[in-house]
Write a protein that binds this ligand. Structure first.
Ligand code: FAD
Length: 466
């Protein structure tokens, strides 16, 4: 049997923003670690985009060597407490675990979180590696690298370059670093103190952080080269909201998921009046979408005490959200209205939302994504009685940098084109994360940041005289 992770009870947790999953106790973690078969040729490592040596760190946990386990993880992953919480392990390392055949893979995510949390709780000021941090001054290396965007891609690239001995400056447009980890994913899935601690570790490696700095506006990429940066990594993510293009989207109390989550997480609307930045939503909220973002919005609205419905045009089987999060939402009592396509947002005489007109759908043949295509059922219109609409149907790449860099090659969807070394069409300018792939996952953004750091190192050594 796989050891279950303790959780806050649903009836309690929908009244607060504290973390839902409580993690393993030492006993549970060691028991779970004992289930690992310690394969000679482990598939799990290949399933991890940053190739953590999973069997070894699990063996160390089993032996009670928590610090050593974390050291092993940190050789490859600079954000273990984050990844242990939000990575879709079920599609990656756990999906290829040999025990998956028996439908009970090792709970690798929970073990990673256990190792990371132990260190944070027991010696929050130290954290593994900080004592061994490379000092750029001591080692006489002065090559400056700029990293733009402090999401998982930028943080990883910056940390790895700092470990190699570069002088790294991380530029972030918002007032806090972390990207989606701070403005998107809610507190109850990823406490902001965890992100803060991981960022502090990266700063401890020697990375200089400059927040409130919008590259492409405050400074151009040209300015950065003039300031002496020899290479630049762009990790600006996919934060441009998509809308449905239906009538009524300009009404009051229609939010993009991005705006809604940013107001609640980053601006701390859920702590009003302690924070003087409330959010203006009504009593009956509908969230449109079936991905992680839609579920985050719906579960936030539930915790704000609203009546919430999630509307999705396919069925639960086709929902792209993590299964664990779908189950958590169900346990919290979130109703789903599946096979439902919104076609019009209805407003009142003052310009506020007063309803959502929808069509019922049925599933046809699979489309290019492999999921069965939703087809409208004629004359099946009905109106949902709601006063707030949150649109969570996807995000596009942030358009500012491509717009102000006309020679930067991009695709039609706005993603930046890179070669196999993560270099863009402009020499010395690299990119990775959601800005090259479109909206994806934390760990794939980290994988790109890692590979780009290696490529930048090689570029500097081969092309630039230090
Ligand atoms: P981002 O995290 O978007 O970071 C980009 C950073 O660049 C931001 O801080 C932004 O402010 C900054 N920036 C943008 N433009 C500029 C500029 N011109 N100058 C300076 N800074 C700039 N993935 C998972 O694996 N598991 C999950 O559970 C999960 N849940 C999610 C929930 C939500 C609500 C969302 C929105 C996404 C979720 N994802 C999840 C996806 C995941 O968070 C992203 O794939 C990942 O954060 C992408 O990392 P990134 O570094 O490329 O970009």
């Amino acid at each position: 049997m796989r050891n279950k992770v303790l959780q806050q009870l649903p009836q309690e947790r929908i009244k607060n923003f504290f973390e839902v999953a409580l993690g393993y106790s030492q006993e549970q973690a060691e028991e779970e670690a004992k289930r690992c078969l310690q394969c000679k040729d482990p598939f799990c490592i290949k399933g991890c985009p940053v190739e953590i040596d999973i069997p070894i760190f699990i063996r160390l946990i089993q032996e009670g060597k928590r610090r050593e386990a974390l050291e092993k993880i940190k050789e490859k992953n600079n954000l273990p407490a984050v990844c242990g919480r939000v990575c879709p392990q079920e599609d990656q390392c756990e999906a290829v675990c040999v025990l998956h055949k028996k439908k009970i893979p090792i709970n690798i995510g929970a073990l990673e979180r256990y190792a990371a949390d132990y260190e944070l709780v027991h010696s929050p000021q130290s954290t593994v590696h900080r004592e061994n941090k490379p000092s750029t001054v001591d080692r006489g290396l002065s090559t400056k690298i700029a990293v733009v965007g402090s999401g998982p891609a930028g943080l990883t690239c910056a940390a790895d370059l700092a470990k190699m001995g570069y002088q790294v400056t991380l530029f972030e447009s918002l007032h806090l670093p972390g990207g989606v980890l701070v403005y998107g994913i809610p507190e109850f899935r990823l406490p902001k103190q965890i992100v803060h601690n991981e960022v502090e570790y990266i700063k401890g490696l020697g990375v200089e952080l400059k927040t409130d700095t919008l590259i492409g506006n405050t400074y151009t990429i040209g300015d950065l080269f003039e300031k002496g940066f020899k290479a630049i990594f762009i990790g600006v993510g996919a934060g441009l909201p998509q809308f449905l293009g239906i009538p009524g989207e300009n009404l009051d109390r229609v939010y993009s998921a991005n705006e809604f989550l940013t107001r609640v997480n980053l601006m701390k609307a859920y702590k009003f009046p302690e924070y003087a930045t409330p959010i203006n939503i009504g009593k009956k909220v509908v969230v449109i979408g079936g991905g992680n973002v839609a579920f985050d919005c719906a579960r936030v609205a539930l915790r704000l005490g609203r009546e919430v419905t999630l509307v999705y045009r396919r069925t639960e089987n086709e929902m792209p959200a993590r299964k664990e999060e779908v189950q958590n939402a169900k346990d919290e009592g979130l109703p789903f209205k599946v096979l439902t396509q919104p076609i019009k947002i209805i407003g009142d005489e003052k310009g506020f939302v007063k309803g959502l007109e929808c069509l019922k759908m049925e599933l046809g043949d699979p489309d290019e994504s492999g999921r069965r295509r939703p087809i409208p059922i004629k004359a099946s219109n009905f109106i949902l009685d709601v006063d707030t609409v949150i649109v969570a149907i996807g995000q596009n790449p942030n358009p500012l940098l491509p717009k102000v860099m006309p020679n930067l090659k991009t695709r039609e969807d706005g993603t930046i084109v890179v070669n196999e070394n993560f270099m863009t069409s402009l020499p010395g300018i690299f990119a990775g994360g959601d800005i090259i792939s479109g909206a994806d996952t934390v760990i794939s953004a980290m994988g790109a940041g890692k590979k780009a750091a290696v490529a930048i190192d090689s570029y500097i050594k081969n092309k630039v005289k230090v």
